[in-house]
Design a protein around this ligand. Structure first.
Ligand code: KIV
Length: 271
């Protein structure tokens, strides 16, 4: 029987076992109690409290403005709902780059105040001091390479990363360095499928792709994008499983009509 069907709780060990057995890992974001409960009960293996909350929950243009307090609020709400999946929390911009003691303090706050199981950091060799320090405290770390949205002002655009040999080689080195440090998995965002496949083959730890093709160990999407709640964001890699934006607007406009026409509440909807 597949290991994901057997386990009552997904741990980092379960994920490495899944890689060993070539069982694909399903990961999705969630930011609040109600959605996290649905996502978890539908069977995802990893719930990511992504700093994409900055975009989809708070309406900022980038992931940079979201704060550690904001992330802790979202993560604590998600943890209260999740019974099976591993909960990973993004460390927000400015809480880990450049100062490993600050990184450790931020990670400890996340773990203590939310009850989450792991943190995710963007970057490779340049943040390895922070990764080492967090790992030394026994906190599991997930890496994130390729398109790293916290560096958007350095990149200038959200186009596919590591198409050129030099950047692809750096990405491979970063992935190996993160694995050597002890991260339990790496997210690869928006990189050529061939590169993602070769990194996945070379690493012993799971590689989770977003816009990285199918030859990786698992996939992640932003919940609001795959449900069709967000409409303006339409990259090629995004598969929309629903058009919830239209459905919710339809339901709300029916409610507005019913209130205006006084057909709500009805006889049976009052005391
Ligand atoms: O913040 C986020 O949602 C993410 C995923 C896109 C991997 O980092």
């Amino acid at each position: 029987m597949s290991i994901h069907k057997k386990v009552r709780r997904v741990t980092t060990h379960v994920l490495s076992e899944m890689k060993l057995r070539s069982e694909k890992i399903a990961m999705l974001t969630a930011y609040d109690y109600s959605m996290a409960g649905i996502v978890d009960s539908a069977g995802v293996d990893i719930v990511l409290v992504g700093d994409s909350a900055s975009n989809v929950m708070a309406g900022y243009e980038t992931t940079l403005p979201i704060t550690l307090d904001n992330m802790i609020y979202h993560a604590a709400s998600v943890v209260r709902a999740v019974k099976r999946a591993l909960v990973v929390v993004d460390m927000p911009f400015g809480t880990y780059q450049g100062n490993s003691m600050q990184a450790l303090a931020s990670a400890i706050r996340i773990m203590k105040e939310t009850g989450a199981h792991a943190v995710k950091l963007e970057g490779g060799t340049e943040i390895i001091g922070s990764v080492d320090r967090i790992l030394s405290a026994g906190i599991p770390v997930m890496g994130h390479l390729g398109l790293t949205p916290q560096s958007i002002h350095k990149f200038g655009t959200y186009v596919v990363r590591a198409r050129e040999e030099e950047e692809a080689n750096k990405l491979k080195k970063d992935a190996l360095r993160l694995q050597e440090a002890g991260v339990f998995a790496i997210v690869l965002e928006k990189v050529p499928a061939k590169l993602a496949a070769s990194v996945t083959e070379e690493l012993n730890i799971p590689v989770i792709g977003i816009g990285a093709g199918k030859d990786v160990d698992g996939q992640v999407l932003v919940l609001h994008d795959m449900l069709g709640i967000t409409q303006e964001f339409s990259p090629r890699f995004l598969r929309r499983y629903h058009n919830l934006n239209e459905e919710i607007r339809g339901a709300v406009s029916s409610y507005v009509d019913d209130v205006r026409s006084e057909s709500f509440p009805g006889e049976n909807e009052q005391y």
